[in-house]
Design a protein around this ligand. Structure first.
Ligand SMILES: Nc1ncnc2c1ncn2[C@@H]1O[C@H](COP(=O)(O)OP(=O)(O)O)[C@@H](O)[C@H]1O
Ligand SMILES: [Mg+2]
Length: 398
């Protein structure tokens, strides 16, 4: 039974930053509250960047002893996450309340407060934040599907390009393929495209980013798929900052049904910004011990980042390879079920060299069937999520 069916609410994931008088007591009370999930706390915002970016937080509570608004710290929080922020203050906040009216904070609470008042403020802020995100721009709320593997050559780009092409061609979804292998991205080449503009041109272009501007930097494949390629030169990668990428993903959500993100094998800043917005993480593994070891480490890192485990799907690539290891052994080594199995197929490298994804060139091949099944599943789970959202909205109105 889901939470919405049995009447219980999903707990709001909260994180504490900063310090103020009375904070410890409040934190303890909130830790035991059934409507909240306290993900953690850090006195210094700078030490919390990974959780803020990757923790899928419903609300950040920033505590301060200062009588004025802690603008620098709030800006540092904003750089990492779009989650609503509530300021907790103690003492006599002389200008704080006035300043907060102008700032991007959901609420200011002067401690001490009744626990239930704080919980209500958190629920309200988190609800408003979600509504705002869902209503953004043209009303679409694209699903972000990130394809990751901790090792090169695992098949990230092959799977990301084929999956994206299948979503565009067979599922009729407006699909963007975003190449975030920023130094050595080859998604465009695998699709046989020679892009004139890349993500680099987009991020260095002056002015605010919106859907129209994004459309000006897109390259189209004949199957209907749209792609924003990686920079042409490795040295241009560092200009794609977390803040720019965060904004780009939000804008892409307004324009596309699905955004498939190809990645590099690292948990660097842009990857953390992507994880913060990822709805489904396809974590690739193979039937070899070094890859398994690295996938295991990745799962541990994701746990440290507080990435929600139910958003991770394990994908076993080259699942039919006869290499003395069975899919079941992968499952027990990783203590996790395999979500999708993709067979090894020589049409994959053949199609790469021809610059046309296998799923389009050889639709009857086993590889293509497995990719289409995966695309279908992603679209189906998107429909369920949308239905659930609608149902919750109806409940809230009732
Ligand atoms: N299921 C598969 N069957 C056959 N070849 C594959 C398969 N998946 C990937 N490959 C091949 O493996 C190589 C590396 O894949 P690639 O997608 O570039 O990996 P990554 O992006 O993780 O570095 C490519 O030449 C690709 O054609
Ligand atoms: Mg790649």
């Amino acid at each position: 039974m889901t939470d919405s069916q049995n009447g219980a609410r999903e707990p709001v994931r909260v994180y504490f930053t900063g310090t103020c008088e009375g904070l410890d007591k409040l934190r303890e009370a909130l830790s035991n509250h059934p409507e909240l999930e306290v993900v953690g706390a850090s006195a210094q915002v700078s030490q919390a960047s990974s959780v803020l970016a990757g923790g899928h937080l419903g609300c950040v509570l920033h505590a301060t002893n200062s009588p004025s608004l802690p603008a620098a710290e709030l800006a540092a929080i904003r750089e990492q996450t779009a989650a609503p922020v509530i300021v907790l203050a103690s003492g006599a906040p002389s200008t704080l309340l006035e300043e907060a009216l102008e700032a991007d904070v959901s609420d200011v609470l002067l401690l001490p407060q009744l626990t239930d008042n704080v919980v209500f403020a958190i629920r309200k802020a988190s609800h408003a934040g979600r509504k705002l995100a869902a209503q953004g721009g043209h009303g679409r709320y694209g699903k972000i599907v990130t394809v990751f593997a901790p090792k090169g050559g695992t098949g990230k780009t092959s799977i990301a390009t084929n999956l994206a092409a299948s979503l565009a061609k067979h599922s009729g979804k407006r699909t963007l393929l975003l190449d975030l292998d920023l130094q050595f991205g080859d998604a465009a080449i695998m699709l046989g495209l020679e892009p004139e503009k890349t993500i680099y041109d987009l991020v260095v272009a002056p002015g605010e980013l919106d859907s129209e501007k994004l459309a000006g930097y897109i390259t189209r494949h004949q199957c209907g798929l749209e792609i924003l390629p990686a920079p042409l030169r490795p040295e241009d990668a560092e200009l794609v900052t977390e803040a720019k990428l965060g904004r780009l993903l939000e804008v892409a959500r307004d324009s596309y049904d699905v955004i498939v993100v190809d990645t590099s094998p690292f948990f660097h800043g842009p990857m953390l910004a992507t994880l913060d917005r990822t709805d489904e993480l396809l974590l690739l593994c193979g039937l070899d011990v070094p890859t398994l070891k690295n996938v295991r480490l990745s799962l541990q890192t994701l746990e440290l980042l507080s990435f929600p485990p139910d958003r991770i799907k394990l994908v076993l690539n080259r699942a039919n390879s006869k290499v003395g290891m069975k899919p079941k052994e992968v499952e027990s080594a990783l203590e996790r079920e395999i979500g999708f199995e993709i067979p090894s197929d020589r049409i994959v490298p053949l199609a790469v060299n021809r610059g046309n994804p296998a799923v389009l060139a050889e639709p009857k091949a086993e590889f293509s069937k497995a990719i289409r099944a995966m695309a279908k599943d992603l679209v189906a789970s998107q429909a369920v999520a949308k239905q659930k959202k609608k149902f919750m909205a109806t409940l809230a109105r009732a």
